[in-house]
Write a protein of this length. Structure first.
Length: 252
């Protein structure tokens, strides 16, 4: 009898998990579900005895914190004068995946955290749709200070601030950098001709790592019809990272 109860409980749990996942992915705009059994995720190595409690590499965390301290009073460009808080970035110091946007907005400048406004909430849903949590990746911007009225960063501003995100990437050594939006892509590549429409969907080789260009969540809020393309880009990343993919017949 207890065996039958266990089976019912197990089935209900499974149904609840599938419903939650479908709900989540519909929220992001990708009406698909994932088959966890279809492909096992590549496991992270077990933390070494005595390692940091989060499993992070303590040396990488130390170097990131040192970098955070070194840039805390930065005024290398004019944006430093008007910021409330410098937005360093957040996430694992040994993340396999880094998301890079262009610059903090009003809410990020107020809180000192990246991607916390409406676009940030959508980014969180995108990350969850990939089967990950925000604290399993690293999220940052090319500019660490907010441009006035959220205007688009200039190429000159991005060139001045670029060494910071490059140092973050060099410390974290991710497998993939996901560039969110054309401005971030132009800043990273230092190429004013870079565009998401023309370059998304395929990895670009860049400084010994891979960049996947895709649309910025703020753009997706204005143009939800582009969400399926973004979901395709995220699945290319998932495939490369060995994360479970949606069943083929259900992909858009
Ligand atoms: S935007 Fe970058 S370079 Fe400019 S002041 Fe802020 S941290 Fe320094």
């Amino acid at each position: 009898m207890s065996g039958a109860n266990d089976q019912t409980e197990e089935r209900e749990k499974l149904i609840a998990e599938v419903e939650a996942r479908v709900e989540l992915e519909r929220g992001f705009g990708a009406d698909v579900y994932r088959s966890e059994a279809a492909r096992p995720a590549r496991a992270r190595p077990e933390p070494r005895p005595g390692a940091h409690p989060t499993g992070e590499d303590p040396e990488k965390r130390r170097r990131l914190e040192e970098l955070r301290r070194s840039m805390a009073d930065c005024h290398q460009c004019a944006l430093g004068a008007n910021r409330n808080k410098l937005v360093f970035g957040a996430g694992r110091s040994d993340a396999r995946l880094i998301f890079v946007g262009e610059a903090p907005g009003r809410e990020e400048d107020r809180q000192g955290e990246p991607f916390v406004g409406r676009a940030g909430k959508l980014l969180t849903r995108m990350i969850k749709a990939m089967g990950l949590e925000r604290d399993q990746v690293f999220i940052g911007n090319i500019l660490k200070c907010r441009p006035p009225e959220n205007r688009t960063p200039t190429l000159a501003e991005m060139a001045i601030c670029l060494p910071y995100i490059l140092q973050q990437i060099d410390i974290i050594q991710p497998e993939i950098v996901c560039a969110l939006g054309a401005t971030a892509l132009k800043g990273l590549l230092r190429d004013p001709r870079a565009s998401i429409g023309g370059m998304r969907g395929k990895f670009l080789d860049w400084r010994g790592t891979k960049i996947m260009p895709t649309y910025h969540p703020a753009y997706l809020l204005r143009a939800p019809a582009e969400k399926p393309k973004t979901w395709e880009d995220l699945q290319v990343i998932m495939d490369d990272l060995g994360l479970p993919l949606p069943e083929r017949g259900d992909r858009r």
